[in-house]
Design a protein around this ligand. Sequence first.
Ligand code: NAP
Length: 384
Amino acid sequence: MFVEGTTSEVLRLPQLHWRNPMETKVPEKVVVIGSGPAGWSAAIYAARAALRPLLFEGALSAENQEAGRLPMGQLTTTGYVENYPGFPPGDMRNYLNTAISEDRLYAVPEEVFDDSATQRGISGPALMELMRRQAEYFGTRVVSEDVVDVDFSKRPFRLIDSNDDVTLAETVVVATGASARWLGLPSEERFKTNGVSGCAVCDGAAPRFRNRPIVVVGGGDSAVEDALFLTKFASQVMIVHRRDELRASKILAKRATDNPKIEFLWNSKVVEILGDDANGVTGVRIANTASSDAATKEIEASGVFVAIGRRPNVEFLHNALELDEEGYIKRPIPFRTNTSVPGVFVAGDVGDSRYRQGIVAAGSGACAALDVEKFLLEKSADNS
Ligand code: NAP
């Protein structure tokens, strides 16, 4: 969202346009859409089952950056992942340098090579790069485009990507995850490139926030984690939460309450983001949610980080799959990854409004690939 910062730098890198024109009319056995833990895990399992998966990882476009759905999933917007099994505290430097190919090391922020930082486990971007590398190692082909439209009315399915190419697929795994929700204020829209952000890890280090107060909106794990991260740069971080109790896990909540730089503004909601074109965000106007008093108060802030949850990335489907009332892809068979269309499977947060954890997404990606394999076996038995 900002001109400076990790994600924006990534935008300047050359993009990968994997394409074999001879193959575009031959249906792929399985296409995976999405490059978070669910997508890579589905690809690893499918590749090892000799299904030669083709994975759309998404495009590094400014539009995707603004919408908060850049490739490699939500974990790339997280600092440290401490609850993904297999990564106890330790110095990961050697392992990352040898496991991740040199041309992808740009995607792993510098701090993961700092010994003290690695004591906490693994950074989100590094974890995602490891998954990508593992999937490629087993033969996954990666396309750096978005799928923008689908035709699931008959098999092979048709997928149209942001390069206007058409890919045919016998089966599809939808693993497009979820992206940031916004407050919906006109002033939020106005300052999105000038102090309002949905990604603390991407934008928090920008000079405009250094040694100045910052507001974080929300009361879940994301808001608290963002606030803790932002204390590295800001003079003070104010968490504006609409209730008087955090939704965040106890361990994160305790870290935040123990941090002298973090202040809580309970029973409060942001009703306007204040600022001007020259300076961007200069503050917020907040109202009390627990009283009928219409009075509001202004708080000085150099930025507003919105962390009020996620919405599933399903727009490109144009209703080709049934969704639940919250917009997540419906899974008609309990404990299975099937969707409303036979041959299309779902994995990760785009079909999960409940757990929304990297480890759960990775597990469901494996399930989806196993369901794909079974589906294709049954189809080939039907045809023989
Ligand atoms: P979340 O758990 O759904 O929390 C969203 C927060 O935003 C809630 O506190 C909610 O308030 C508030 N909120 C929602 N709509 C709002 C609005 N319009 N205005 C103001 N506030 C609003 O979302 P999340 O924090 O992004 O977490 C999503 C999932 O990822 C969770 O399962 C979480 O555990 C996981 N996660 C885990 C970690 C970790 O383990 N380190 C880190 C980040 C996220 P109420 O509480 O009043 O509903």
